[in-house]
Design a protein around this ligand. Structure first.
Ligand code: NAD
Length: 283
């Protein structure tokens, strides 16, 4: 069994981004990311902090707009409209989830598609499904980048994804399809989950339930990508896969933490750099 070391690869990607940012700086261009954080959810705050720190490490300018939980949707939309017009901002990211009184779709659709570095705007989502260039959501992009780095061939493979959210499972399914894999997308209403997971050459799990995937659900030699992030009552962070037992059965596996998480941050930085290059048309 080999570990898919997302932490190490993310570090390499960050180093490469830092060098590219320095080249852009010489042309008086600094990539800029604006993050909007609504409310006081500790997990969201921690993700936003991690993104801001990663920007700082690589020389990307970042600004966080913190807004109260009871913010009116109109104010949020006005902030996005302002950022859409701001020439120093290449990427706009609204940290999800948003409070219930806010229409998430309306907010995501308000972001200019060329600044949509999270790739959640239906414009970019549609381009992914049509296998056209655009902004790919950071977590699915990180998963594919990690697998390719370890020379995992995707063509013709049986890929099973557990979890079908708009931000992870669905776009990830399109990316695998674009790589000519055969994709099964499972969710909470899937009957006999184990029947599907046992068929997987590559199993990706993004649900948010510790130990959902056990050793008995894995084919010998499978590649397992654990996207889940769960905080246990003792403070430990674990994924959705029973790592200690599943790792004895598979050929490759991502750890949590240190797998997909750092790759997600690195992919967001890649998208921001891409947006800055598109803005300045300097490839
Ligand atoms: P979500 O709640 O939006 O979606 C969960 C999905 O899992 C749904 O499609 C649901 O139908 C499915 N599901 C729920 N229970 C199931 C079950 N028992 N069997 C099969 N499917 C089931 O969640 P999300 O935003 O996609 O996040 C999923 C997990 O991934 C969370 O733990 C989240 O923290 C993590 N995540 C990690 C990263 C990262 O960078 N590593 C990024 C995004 C999300």
């Amino acid at each position: 069994m080999q570990i898919l070391d997302g932490k190490a690869l993310a570090q390499n990607i960050e180093n490469a981004i830092q060098q590219e940012v320095q080249i852009l700086n010489k042309r008086n261009v600094t990539p800029g990311l604006a993050v909007i954080l609504v409310g006081n959810d500790p997990a969201s705050q921690s993700y936003v902090n991690m993104k801001a720190k990663a920007c700082k490490r690589t020389g990307i300018y970042s600004i966080t707009h913190e807004m109260p939980e009871n913010i009116q949707q109109e104010s949020l939309l006005q902030t996005i409209a302002m950022l859409n017009q701001n020439p120093n901002i290449d990427g706009i990211l609204v940290q999800l989830p948003l409070p219930k009184h806010i229409n998430t779709t309306a907010v995501l659709e308000a972001i200019a598609p060329q600044k949509d570095v999270d790739g959640f705007h239906p414009f970019n989502m549609g381009r992914i499904f049509a296998n056209l260039d655009g902004f790919i959501p950071a977590t699915p992009l990180g998963v594919i980048t990690l697998l390719k780095h370890y020379n995992v061939s995707l063509q013709g493979k049986n890929v099973v994804i557990v979890g079908a959210s708009n931000i992870v499972g669905k776009p990830l399914s399109a990316l695998f399809l674009n790589e000519n894999a055969t994709v099964t997308l499972c969710h909470i209403y899937t009957q006999n989950l184990a029947k599907h997971t046992k068929e997987a050459d590559i199993l990706c799990v993004a649900v948010g339930k510790p130990n959902l995937i056990t050793k008995e659900m894995i084919k010998e030699g499978a590649i397992v990508v654990d996207i889940g992030i769960n905080k246990l009552s003792d403070g430990r962070i674990v994924g959705d896969v029973d790592f200690s037992n599943v790792s004895t059965q598979c050929s490759f596996i991502t750890p949590v933490p240190g797998g997909v998480g750092p790759m997600t941050i690195a992919s967001l930085l890649q998208n921001t750099l891409k947006a800055a290059k598109l803005r300045t048309k300097k490839y």
